[in-house]
Every structure is written in C-alpha cells, then in structure tokens.
Design a protein around this ligand. Structure first.
Ligand code: FES
Length: 94
C-alpha cells in the first residue's frame, strides 16, 4: 500500500519476475526520456524498485517501466470515513 500525495495505491506484494517481496524495495524516481547529454529525472516517490534484480514499477499503475504490458497486480482502494479499504476480488477455483 502506498500513499502518494494523499492518494492510495495497493499492489500485490510479488514481483512478476521471480516473486520477490516488492515491499522490501526502494521507492524513488527514474530517468525520463531526454536528449543526448541531457539527464532528466522525474516521478520521484512513484517508482518501486524490486529488491532482487531491480525491475521498476510505476506504483500508480503497476506497470513495469521497461514493458507496460508487464505489471504487478493492482487493487482498487477506497477511502471512506477515514478508513482505507482495498477491494480484493475473491477468486473461485474451478
Ligand atoms: S524478482 Fe523482482 S526483479 Fe527479479
């Protein structure tokens, strides 16, 4: 669970690469697209780096930075009457 500027985000605690607990990773920013010899840094506080091999995810979407089709599972978060709820869907096994 992350709080970015007062908005909450819930991600599953497993990296899609090899299953590391991403909650043990660091939250930072990342290098943004820029011209040659230019370095732009942004998204501070929004990028979660897996502690095992460094895959990076955007906390607000769950998407990996290198391939948006690769993503950790995210859950809707509801704030009501000062309490934070995560909507986790129950799955029925066949
Ligand atoms: S387990 Fe997360 S990057 Fe390898």
């Amino acid at each position: 669970m992350f709080n970015i500027d007062g908005r909450f985000y819930a991600l599953t605690n497993a990296c899609v690469h090899q299953g590391a607990r991403v909650c043990l990773g660091k939250v930072s920013g990342t290098a943004l697209p820029s011209r040659v010899y230019e370095f732009k840094y942004g998204h501070e506080g929004r990028i979660l780096r897996c502690p095992w091999h460094g895959w990076e995810y955007d906390v607000t979407t769950g998407e990996s930075l290198f391939d948006p089709a690769t993503r950790v599972v995210t859950y809707p978060v509801i704030v009501r009457d000062g309490a934070v709820y995560v909507a986790v869907e129950e799955r029925i096994r066949p």
